[in-house]
Ligand binder design. Structure first.
Ligand code: RP5
Length: 320
């Protein structure tokens, strides 16, 4: 019995480690590990009527027609890939429907440093094109996403307890202590969100959360090398420990039938506020504002970020 327990313990450690290593991890490590009780929700934001940053209307998909297993013969998704993606910025794939790509893209695997493995397990290819594992979105093509299939992101959830002037923890209406997290206001749609971002080719997700927090919540891009060094030291302390909260599909308004967002979200919690006291929040890069926000069930945030925060509140037994 003890041996069996040790075996599973070692296995789970291995999975956490390899799963964070981008394309160096193997396929078996990439299967979704959602926190217990957390299930990816049916497309809500990924069926928003007007596709972000466009005038394009999605083909309406009723709730019961989202799963591919439900027949929907009248389904005619709009085909849309934005001009900027078709111009092939460095992070964008070629248009595999119109160009001959040799060698072909390695779906469900790795193309050099590009990770095309889904956290949700193997996805289907229809006529060589990845199919969204969560079902229909009313739009085919890539929209404004660069990659066919999974587009990998990482999200830092930096938390502290809310205290009054005397340092006493403030309680919420449910009598539980209130947590606060660092949120940013996105420049593209002005919605409040976690300061997450895309994983660069070859980058490990733990490096992405740290880089994105530095860029969006501390404006590291505008810092002098001296200031950057100081920031790195502060972040070392803050990011030394982290708990994986979620790994999987994100209900992002940019998702399409052929391209979708996936993320790994980590919670970095400063129990006594000693480490975060030194951190100077300053919005930068894709963020136009940054602030501490109270965790609560009434939050309205970008994509499925509220779901990750609910998990964090549960874990810390905080007010929700
Ligand atoms: C969301 O998009 C992820 O959860 C992450 O927060 C974000 C990454 O995209 P960009 O902020 O880089 O646009 O799906």
């Amino acid at each position: 019995m003890l041996r069996l327990a040790i075996f599973f313990f070692v296995l789970s450690i291995k999975e956490v480690t390899l799963g964070n290593r981008g394309c160096m991890g193997n396929k078996a490590t990439a299967v979704a590990r959602l926190s217990p009780g957390m299930k990816p929700k049916c497309h809500i934001k990924a069926r928003c009527e007007i596709y972000p940053r466009s005038q394009i209307k999605r083909f309406p998909v009723p709730d019961d027609k989202v799963p591919w297993t439900t027949k929907f013969p009248e389904y005619k998704p709009v085909d849309y890939t934005s001009e900027s993606i078709l111009k092939r910025p460095v992070y964008a794939d070629p248009d595999i429907r119109t160009e001959k790509v040799d060698p072909p893209l390695s779906f469900n695997g790795c193309d050099g440093k590009i990770n095309r493995v889904s956290h949700m397990g193997d996805y289907e290819l229809v006529d060589g094109i990845p199919r969204n594992p969560q079902g229909r979105t009313g739009l085919m093509g890539r929209g404004t996403l660069g990659r066919w299939g999974p587009n990998h992101a990482a999200d830092p959830i930096v938390t502290r307890w809310k205290v009054d002037e005397s340092g006493k923890i403030i309680k919420g209406p449910d009598g539980k202590p209130v947590l606060q997290f660092v949120s940013v206001q996105r420049r593209d749609n002005h919605q409040w969100a976690l300061p997450g971002g895309m994983v660069d080719a070859g980058e490990v997700v733990t490096a992405t959360v740290r880089r994105e927090f530095g860029e969006e919540a501390m404006n590291s891009i505008q810092m002098s090398s001296e200031e950057k060094k100081r920031m790195e030291k502060e972040l070392d302390e803050l990011f030394a420990t982290g708990r994986e909260i979620f790994r999987g599909y994100v209900d992002d308004p940019r998702n399409t039938d052929n391209s979708w967002m996936e993320t790994v979200a980590f919670n970095f919690h400063d129990e006594d506020g000693s480490c975060l006291g030194k951190i100077n929040l300053c919005a930068g890069d894709d963020a136009m504002n940054v602030r501490w926000t109270d965790l609560s069930g009434t939050l309205d945030l970008y994509a499925s970020h509220v779901d990750f925060l609910e998990e964090v509140a549960k874990f810390h037994n905080a007010s929700w």
